[in-house]
Design a protein around this ligand. Sequence first.
Ligand code: AMP
Length: 190
Amino acid sequence: MLNIVLFGPPGAGKGTQSEYLLEKYALVHISTGDLFRKNISEGSDLGKKAKSYMDEGNLVPDEVVIGMVESKIKENLNANGFIFDGFPRTTQQAEKLDELLNVVKAPINAMISLNVPDEELKQRLLLRGKTSGRTDDQDESKINNRLAVYYNETKPVIDFYEKKKKYYPIHGVGEINEIFNAICSVVDAL
Ligand code: AMP
């Protein structure tokens, strides 16, 4: 089994690179942001719980996110592996993920982190907001809040994986193809 955490700030390209990776390595994609948006559009209780946090660019509480990821893993016990995209976003989520993966007896192999400067992230998010309809990408103050939340609550997750020697930083600016090749070199060497 191959289990990858694709990590990085909002706008780093996690969603785009996940699509390529899951095709090449036949993995199951667990994007917590996508799962929340699906729940919101279906009007589920989970969606209702998540919406107010997402609208402000704040993190949805850990127990809500962890429960959702747990069900997704349990639905795919025979998968070749998972790409976790947008999860874990707190150290507590990272600790819980290790426990959740006990059911498939396969740990996280690598945390691949896409590094992109803030100015580039802001430009990408504003551009995405124009076409995606995502309200959290359309307002500069919400974007700034999401970046602040990333630095305060999410970036410390790097230390968690660095201590386990599973942290692989990648330069996330340039051609999508080149970035994908850099990620594949890490994955193929695992
Ligand atoms: P994303 O699509 O990954 O940018 O996520 C959009 C929003 O969903 C975030 O700004 C958070 O409000 C929420 N969200 C997604 N993943 C998580 C997570 N792992 N923990 C907490 N909140 C999350």
